[in-house]
Design a protein around this ligand. Structure first.
Ligand SMILES: *Cc1c(COP(=O)(O)O)cnc(C)c1O
Length: 489
């Protein structure tokens, strides 16, 4: 067993709003949102020294995941963690996260080799293992209720299928997902997966989830929870691939700085990069790329955070980045304010009151202290970038990754490798690829079989009572040792 000086300490989790007792990793994982409405963050960030980093060069991905996650999940025995990371990445190719050179000195970091062809598998597969472990340890069950417009729902279902103590109720807007996304979810025939197609749009689905999760008695009786992007296990599992990519992109004897560009929506992925940097990984820039829904680019350029309404949120050709507010931004603001929860509470109160908050005076620190810079990409940029990358290298990149490549090119610095995170495979977005390149993508035999498999879905009107009745009948029961609110909104 490897010894690491930092691992003797236990990492506790506190709330960004200061109103809860420190919790262990497993407890924070099941708790979800802190009781004061804040997000859980490490009370002290674990640190990795240069010597340890060098030793990690020899590890394969699941082993590296065990090392990094052991710094966060100090209440899970190491043998258990090793078993969980091996199981989480068993369905990936042996090179779990491959790096590929692109033109213009960029390198792609392949995060989309998992079962649903998007980077969410990287964290969700570990979350499935962590939840199963936590529920077994506490003798409880969890009924996950969620709404999806595509990627999150399929990643969650593929990670949680067949788990004994978990069932999944996933709402999606009927007829509004791509054929590929529908097939990924509805072809699953596991008894614990319930796909529900709602007569409405994504916002209707999300409102139904909020109504039921907001009904405290119902939620408690049905042991409802969520696995959304604020989930602590997801954030920590994502930290691993920043270390992995750095180890592959630099030579022994470093330190050598690299920069990352991250196609962003809810600020989950790039937050994990910030944590890696704070842990001591030599990262120069974290470049945040948005699409036309550029609320985060606006924030990082001006210091004014102004979330938008659902009606102001555009439907774009990089749909997984179509967000109106970034649920993980609070964790960055907590760091920005020197971890002073009072200032976080103040800012979120202002947000409620006036629809924005303004930290323009702190804006220079975003880049200087945290390495965070940003840029926006449009539909025309995506198409042009997919074309230029294809022309130069023969590679086909997906529209979200194209947003990243476009913005990365604006931030390349001489002598600093620029690593762009590939957040999805192009096969998921065949229509945009057709528009850009005029080609039809090849599908593997496994994907073709999935696309042609029989589908299972329950149609339902946009009616909370119908949903209640359905959940009451199908939810897992019993084993309640404690209240479960994993990631509840
Ligand atoms: C979810 C998603 C994103 C955005 O990631 P965040 O963690 O929400 O910032 C980007 N690209 C793809 C393909 C996604 O599925």
């Amino acid at each position: 067993m490897q010894q690491n000086p930092t691992q003797h300490n236990s990492t506790q989790y506190i709330s960004t709003r200061g109103g809860s007792e420190p919790l262990s990793y497993v407890d924070a994982l099941l708790e979800g949102l802190a009781p004061d409405g804040g997000l859980s963050v490490p009370a002290t960030m674990p640190h990795v020294d240069a010597e340890t980093l060098e030793r990690w060069r020899a590890l394969i991905y699941p082993q590296l995941a065990t090392e990094v996650l052991a710094l966060f999940a100090t209440d899970i025995p190491r043998e258990q963690l090793a078993r969980m990371t091996a199981a989480a990445y068993a369905s990936f190719p042996s090179e779990v996260v491959p790096l590929r050179a692109l033109d213009g000195g960029l390198t792609l970091v392949g995060l989309s080799e998992g079962p649903t062809l998007a980077f969410k598998d990287m964290a969700m597969q570990f979350l499935g293992q962590a939840l199963e472990y936590a529920l077994e340890r506490t003798g409880s069950v969890l009924n996950v209720l969620g709404a999806t417009s595509g990627d999150t729902g399929s990643a969650a279902e593929h990670a949680l299928r067949g788990k004994e103590r978990i069932s999944v109720f996933m709402l999606s807007p009927r007829g509004r997902m791509s054929a590929f996304q529908r097939a990924q979810m509805f072809s699953l025939d596991d008894a614990n997966i319930h796909n529900i197609a709602i007569d409405g749009v994504f916002d209707d689905c999300q409102n139904l989830v909020k109504q039921l999760a907001g009904d405290v008695d119902f939620k408690r009786a049905q042991q409802l929870g969520a696995v959304n992007s604020i989930n602590l296990a997801r954030i920590t599992a994502q930290v691993v691939y920043y270390f992995w990519a750095w180890l592959r992109a630099t030579d022994a004897g470093g330190p050598a700085e690299v920069s990352f560009t991250v196609p962003s929506g809810n600020f989950g992925n790039i937050l994990s990069g910030l944590y890696a940097k704070q842990m001591g990984l030599p990262v120069r820039r974290l470049v945040l790329a948005t699409n036309e829904n550029n609320v985060l680019d606006e924030f990082f350029r001006t210091g004014v955070y102004r979330p938008r309404s659902a009606a102001e949120t555009l439907a774009t050709s990089s749909p997984s980045m179509d967000i109106s507010k970034a649920s993980n931004l609070e964790r960055f603001v907590f760091e920005l304010f020197g971890r002073d929860p009072r200032r976080v509470v103040e800012s979120w109160a202002l947000l409620e009151e006036q629809g924005f908050f303004d930290v323009a005076s702190e804006q220079p620190r975003f880049a200087d202290e945290f390495g965070l810079v940003s840029g926006t990409s449009t539909h025309a940029d995506r198409i042009e970038t997919i074309r230029s990358v294809h022309a130069a290298t023969g590679e086909v990149i997906d529209p979200h990754t194209a947003d990243g490549v476009k913005v990365a090119r604006e931030h390349v610095e001489p002598g600093v490798p620029m690593l762009v995170l590939e957040t999805a495979k192009p096969q998921k977005f065949a229509e945009t690829i057709r528009e850009a390149l005029g080609i039809e993508l090849e599908y593997s035999p496994e994907l073709r079989a999935m696309l042609e498999a029989p589908q299972r879905v329950t149609d339902m009107p946009n009616d909370p009572d119908a949903l209640r009745v359905f959940i009451e009948a199908a939810a897992l029961k019993g084993g309640t040792v404690r209240e479960i609110t994993a990631g509840a909104p």
